[in-house]
Design a protein around this ligand. Structure first.
Ligand SMILES: CC(C)(COP(=O)(O)OP(=O)(O)OC[C@H]1O[C@@H](n2cnc3c(N)ncnc32)[C@H](O)[C@@H]1OP(=O)(O)O)[C@@H](O)C(=O)NCCC(=O)NCCS
Length: 430
């Protein structure tokens, strides 16, 4: 499966027919429709009308993505009443990289909500991705209540921080990295280079289109308060780039207590990470540092003198959906040996089935359909298996919530087999 082929993935016929029965047209967005598509997408996410300049900056969207939209020909304006966009991304999973069908920009106009348009689009996207051979689909979500019904599970969580800098102090040695300011163009390049250089080490992260970093650095035409964004880079003793941070500083309760917001922080070494945090926490006239999308194994509490100065909120972030169970399991190493008869239920009828998973010492995983008369030892729904796929969510926890049933010893065996050494993390929104 090569990249840039999203345009070749056809529109799902069932979804098109279901929506046609409601008098709606579901089709791919072409160059000529792109401006109206972008306006509808912005409206769907409660954003302002995009400027012509911002629309022009997104003209290359269809080079890599497939945008779909739903049109109501009776509408007063030509804007679509629903939007979605998808493309092939490369996600880091245990043992390497795998292609994933990424979905974003799912919106339905307030005039057309709750009549099944999103359901048809989502089910259509999943069938289309499966038909094109993808074993996984993924997305990030505005609300945690929307996508479980389509078989997605929260597989990579994040935490946000609010840090009282004066209480936090510093409890670590001097990091062996220097911090330097950079302009926003250099910041965008540094963020892009470092993300690409580090994402293979982080299960759950994916590749990113270049424009994302221009956006993070405030260089997109419609960026909010772009001139507030500052850039800092960390270099090691040889002057090599090892970390970067986009941040902005806003008003706080008084002039000596501004709020420094970390927009994005990426580091290739532990010293770079520590140096960037120390730089943020010791900024003059700043009383609070905030940061979102931080990994669950972020070492910050161990770097400061008083960990209670850090308020943390954990939240779901990277959601994935397995579309082909044998293929998805075979792509990631399991800690063996494993011998489990597994049944996967799927309310959409896409990826359910029952298999024997067998991995003997030193050999790869073999997945074979259950024979007649064999019964499953572990039963799990597709959303729960998707949540556990990256190794962060334990099956015992899902069993306690009734999402996994079966023999306790086999649940534990499979849970151990899926486990990984490091927290999964998705470092950005898409
Ligand atoms: C979320 C959104 C796309 C749903 O569109 P919609 O066409 O109204 O949804 P549907 O009518 O197809 O509803 C499908 C199912 O999702 C449920 N649902 C829809 N919106 C929901 C929401 N915001 N929270 C929880 N459930 C929701 C419906 O109740 C329905 O459930 P059921 O089929 O299991 O009975 C739409 O409300 C929207 O555009 N919201 C703002 C943008 C946004 O948040 N998009 C999601 C991006 S990640």
């Amino acid at each position: 499966m090569s990249q840039n082929n999203a345009q070749n993935v056809p529109i799902d016929v069932t979804a098109r027919e279901n929506l046609a029965a409601q008098g709606l047209t579901y089709r791919a967005v072409g160059e000529e429709d792109l401006a109206d598509y972008l306006r509808a997408k912005q409206r769907g996410f409660l954003g302002p009308e995009p400027t012509n300049e911002a629309i022009d900056a997104e003209r290359n969207l269809l080079d890599r993505c497939r945008a779909v939209a739903v049109y109501d020909e009776t509408a007063a304006q030509p804007y679509p009443v629903a939007t979605a966009r998808s493309w092939e991304t490369s996600m880091t999973i245990p043992g390497g990289q795998t292609p994933m069908w990424a979905i974003t920009s799912v919106t339905v106009a307030a005039t057309h909500r709750r009549r099944g348009i999103a359901r048809n689009m989502l089910e259509g996207e999943l069938r289309a991705a499966q038909g094109a051979g993808y074993a996984l689909a993924g997305l990030t979500v505005t609300e945690a209540t929307i996508y479980g019904r389509y078989g997605f599970g929260p597989a990579a969580s994040v935490q946000s921080y609010s840090i009282d800098t004066r209480r936090a102090g510093w409890g670590h040695t001097d990091p062996a990295a220097r911090i330097l300011f950079v302009d926003r163009e250099q910041l965008a390049r540094d963020l892009a280079d470092l993300h690409e250089g580090t994402r293979a080490d982080r299960i759950g992260d994916t590749d990113v289109w270049e424009g994302h970093w221009w956006d993070a650095a405030g260089l997109e035409p419609d960026a909010e308060k772009p001139r507030d964004i500052r850039g800092a880079r960390a270099v090691d003793v040889d002057g090599t780039l090892v970390g970067a941070m986009a941040f902005s500083i806003g008003d706080g309760p008084d002039h000596s207590s501004h709020v420094l917001r970390v927009i994005h922080l990426v580091a290739a070494t532990a010293d770079a990470r520590a140096a960037l945090w120390r730089f943020a926490l010791s900024y003059d006239l700043v009383g609070t540092v905030t940061a979102e999308l931080q990994p669950l194994d972020e070492p910050l509490p161990w770097l400061v003198a008083d960990r209670r100065a850090i308020r943390r909120t954990v939240r779901d972030h990277g959601w994935i959906r397995i579309l082909d169970v044998p293929e998805a399991l075979a792509r990631r190493p399991l800690a063996g040996p494993v011998g489990v008869r597994l049944e996967v239920t799927d309310p959409l009828g896409l990826a359910g089935g029952a298999w024997t998973l067998l991995q003997l010492g030193g050999q790869g995983l073999q997945v074979a359909p259950l024979s007649d008369g064999e019964s499953a030892q572990v039963t799990i729904d597709i959303g729960a298996l998707s949540a556990a796929y990256l190794g962060d969510v334990r099956l015992e926890e899902l069993a306690a919530a009734g999402r996994v049933t079966g023999e306790s010893a086999k649940i534990r065996e499979l849970s151990e087999a899926l486990r990984t050494d490091r927290a999964a993390h998705l470092s950005f929104w898409y």
